[in-house]
Design a protein around this ligand. Structure first.
Ligand SMILES: Nc1ncnc2c1ncn2[C@@H]1O[C@H](COP(=O)(O)OP(=O)(O)O)[C@@H](O)[C@H]1O
Ligand SMILES: [Mg+2]
Length: 408
């Protein structure tokens, strides 16, 4: 008789608790081996070629700037290769790319990565974008609104071990906090701060509707939008990762955004479910915004072809559907499906965390170049949005002036 067979082979709730504890133990130990020896993530370092590429400097210009010596020079590795830390690299980016950075009177642009489907690379996209933008000199705040905390995990924090409920956006949902400032933590990556998530965030799905019933003038969909106002003056870009559902938190993330990015793998099911996303989205904004006589505009809405499998014949057909449906919302770049991105994620990292010398460089290059292009395209849209903000400010200042002249 098999030892596995118990008198009663059904699984009790207690059995599931035991299993759940075992999963937590395994995750902890996996992190211990992956991120050994200190079980904390470390930011990459950069060669002068990489720094030159980030700053768009020719080799001669780079050599000249190094000779001049007014920017951090990094350190020499054995073999006489100069290496710069992430924070030094960002000092270079800020100095050499000053024209591409946030203008003085502009505010952070908020970008929400969303799609009701799981596994479409929302979290990977959000983290990679944050890293790419910070490497270009921007100060980024990332906010994890998914109780599953995948983004939190990619930043090297285990949601159930390292994150307390007070560090999440839950306080905003209960109304005990009004500004997100209380929940901001630094990350291992210079230039990216995080508001992490953990499982307790599910409580928001009860707290928000219950407050909607009890509090007059409460707008459950604007909690996050209002709470990040203070952060909008401190950061250049705010990136929100969402859960694969139309939750109260996802609605908050969508309505707080200036720009939306929807990663979309070219498969039939993913394409049709993206249609459902927009149906629900339109119903929702109709009820919450339009019917209340308000409006909401986005600076950009991007569809990002993700996890594109070059060997899959059917994907090219679906790609045509996507282009026909989303037209110029489709970003002119495709993220290839690579085992690299899959395995890098298993090590709690993205292409920007991976040292190119440790892997098949052609696969790495393809994925890396595609993400760099995404970052470039998104940065251009951010810059356009900043221009729009400044123009609006000038316009309203002029209107005020005219008003004052008329009164006088
Ligand atoms: N370009 C890619 N090619 C192959 N797998 C990828 C790629 N990008 C991400 N993945 C993997 O796909 C899975 C889902 O990605 P994730 O970003 O967590 O999606 P979501 O947040 O939409 O659920 C993860 O295991 C991730 O490592
Ligand atoms: Mg995710």
């Amino acid at each position: 008789m098999s030892t596995r067979k118990k008198q009663d082979s059904r699984i009790s709730l207690e059995d599931l608790i035991t299993t759940s504890n075992r999963v937590s133990d395994v995750i902890e130990s996996v992190r211990g081996t992956m991120l050994a020896p200190d079980a904390r993530k470390r930011a990459p370092t950069f060669t002068t070629n990489q720094v030159a590429s980030i700053c768009a400097l020719e080799k001669a210009q780079m050599d000249y700037r190094i000779k001049k010596g007014d920017l951090p020079l990094g350190y020499m590795e054995p073999g006489h290769r100069r290496k710069l830390t992430l924070s030094d690299t960002r000092i270079w980016a800020k100095s050499e790319r000053s024209k591409s950075l946030r203008p003085k009177n502009a505010e952070a642009i908020t970008i929400t990565v969303a799609n009701f489907k799981g596994g479409v690379t929302k979290t990977t996209t959000a983290v990679t974008l944050a890293q790419g933008l910070s490497l270009r000199g921007h100060n980024v705040l990332v906010i994890d609104t998914d109780p599953q905390g995948s983004m939190t995990t990619l930043f090297g924090m285990l949601p159930d071990v390292d994150v307390s409920d007070e560090q999440t956006i839950l306080g905003l949902c209960y109304g005990s906090e009004l500004s997100i400032d209380y929940a901001i933590s630094p990350t291992y990556w210079d230039g990216i701060d995080i508001v992490p998530a953990n499982l307790a965030l599910y409580a928001a799905e009860f707290a928000l509707p219950s407050r909607q019933k009890q509090e007059s003038n409460f707008e459950f969909w604007n909690v996050l939008n209002n709470a990040i106002d203070t952060a909008r003056t401190k950061y250049d870009v705010i990136i929100l990762d969402t859960s694969p559902s139309l939750s109260y938190l996802t609605i908050n993330a969508l309505l707080a955004a200036d720009g939306l990015i929807m990663p979309l793998p070219p498969s039939t099911l993913d394409f049709t479910s993206s249609g459902q996303f927009w149906n629900l989205f339109n119903d929702l904004t109709g009820n919450l915004v339009t019917k209340r006589g308000k409006t909401k505009t986005f600076d950009f809405v991007d569809v990002l072809l993700a996890r594109v499998d070059a060997n899959d014949a059917s994907s090219s057909v679906v790609r045509e559907w996507i282009t026909a449906a989303y037209a110029n919302m489709v970003l002119p770049v495709e993220i290839p499906k690579t085992s690299l991105t899959a395995s890098a994620s298993a090590e709690f990292g993205t292409v920007y965390d991976t040292d190119p010398s440790t892997i098949n460089s052609r696969t790495y290059r393809r994925a890396f170049d595609a993400y760099e292009r995404v970052v470039e395209l998104v940065e251009e849209q951010i810059q356009t949005a900043w221009k729009r903000q400044i123009e609006e400010q000038m316009l309203s200042a002029r209107k005020r002036q005219i008003g004052e002249t008329n009164v006088a």
